[in-house]
Design a protein around this ligand. Structure first.
Ligand SMILES: Nc1ncnc2c1ncn2[C@@H]1O[C@H](COP(=O)(O)OP(=O)(O)OP(=O)(O)O)[C@@H](O)[C@H]1O
Ligand SMILES: [Mg+2]
Length: 351
């Protein structure tokens, strides 16, 4: 495989100029939790517990985009401003910006067939047209394996020193697939911050005992053998599935309970929240939501729905576990940057 170019595309360079760290979430196998890890990392880093960073979440799984659904944002419109696409903001403080091909599909069940060159063009457009602004992290959720999308991404992003992390489940098959992904990161010199083992055992909520449904420790063993950092393990959490997979439906119930009404419409909960203390008084809130939504023509900056998802996520059993993983990700990133800085200084000294 040819080494990626170090000359940035001009449009991409302009868009990513304000992005400090680009982090690709990889796995060799499908369904192991890349999208849920990407969503959790984005929620965790952008929440105050995670240091309230400004985070962008880019879903480039062109054939199976799941980020909008996981953040309860599907159906949200992407606005085209005179200065490019405006991402969809998941919170009213605009700390979490999201872009996905899922926003561009008419319905969640639309199927799209992408050919290689079209995929490449779409990825280039995602990187070159989205108005991210200043970001501490741009997290990129990728499809499984090493496909056209990964090759395009790495080529376009090489000048911006991206890093990656790998998600695996404890099974052996998944580990064999991950070896191929690992080989890819080495061939294209993409630093790997470490390995996260997902769906690692099941903690019974009644007895707090951990049952190793699909084994345990495979991700850690892989990390050890390959000299990678082990970032942590996330048990199977049925509560997390409800937070992420039934985001909209569950949030609708929560908001209806909060408002003391029987049912709320999706439209009610996906309108932008008007102001910080709007939640205190439901009646005032409903009235001002209507005002705010007519005033806001560009960005849906936080809605009842997304706020509810964040609250529900922070109350999940997995949240404290993921906070520790986030901490390790940040530490590993600092180490990689230090190594890169030293290597650069050495190169300059020998020139
Ligand atoms: N720790 C966990 N506990 C329980 N369910 C989980 C956990 N992690 C992920 N899931 C669920 O497993 C399913 C697959 O996860 P996810 O979509 O994140 O995987 P993926 O690797 O992105 O899949 P794909 O390869 O299709 O993109 C989802 O329904 C998700 O909610
Ligand atoms: Mg996915």
């Amino acid at each position: 495989m040819a080494s990626p170019s170090t000359l940035p595309d001009a449009a991409i360079a302009r868009r990513l100029a304000g992005v400090k760290t680009i982090l690709l979430v990889l796995s060799g196998k499908g369904g192991v939790g890349k999208s849920s890890v990407s969503s959790q990392l984005a929620l965790s880093l952008s929440s105050s517990a995670g240091g309230a960073a400004r985070v962008g979440l880019l879903d480039i799984d062109l054939t199976g985009p799941s980020i909008p659904r996981m953040l309860g944002l599907d159906g949200s419109p992407v606005h085209q401003s005179s200065d490019g696409w405006v991402p969809v903001y998941a919170d009213r403080e605009q700390r979490l910006a999201v872009m996905s091909v899922g926003f561009l599909l008419r319905s969640r069940n639309d199927s799209v067939v992408w050919r290689g060159p079209k995929k490449n063009a779409m990825i280039k457009q995602f990187l070159g047209d989205v108005r991210w602004g200043e970001l501490d992290y741009l997290i990129v959720d990728t499809p499984p394996g090493t496909s056209d999308e990964h090759i395009s991404l790495v080529e376009y992003l090489a000048p911006f020193s991206p890093v990656s992390l790998m998600v695996t489940t404890p099974q052996a098959l998944s580990l064999a697939d991950n070896l191929r992904s690992l080989d890819f990161t080495r061939k294209v010199s993409l630093p790997l911050l470490g390995v996260i083992e997902n769906m690692s055992g099941y903690v019974c909520p009644h007895c707090t005992e951990c049952t190793n449904v699909w084994g345990r420790g495979g991700g850690e063993a892989l990390a050890q053998r390959e000299g990678l950092a082990f970032l942590g393990r996330i048990p199977i959490d049925p509560g997390l599935v409800r937070v992420l997979d039934d985001a909209k439906e569950e949030a609708q119930v929560t908001v209806a309970q909060e408002l003391g009404v029987e049912k709320v419409s999706l439209e009610d909960i996906t309108k932008p929240l008007p102001d910080a203390d709007a939640d205190a008084d439901a009646a005032t809130a409903t009235a001002s939501v209507a005002k705010a939504s007519t005033a806001s023509t560009t960005t849906p900056a936080g809605t009842r729905l997304s706020r509810t998802i964040l609250q529900r996520y922070t109350a999940s059993q997995t949240f404290p576990i993921f906070q520790e993983i986030t901490q390790r990700v940040v530490e590993q990133l600092a180490k990689v940057r230090e190594t890169q800085r030293e290597a650069k200084e050495q190169r300059e000294a020998t020139q």
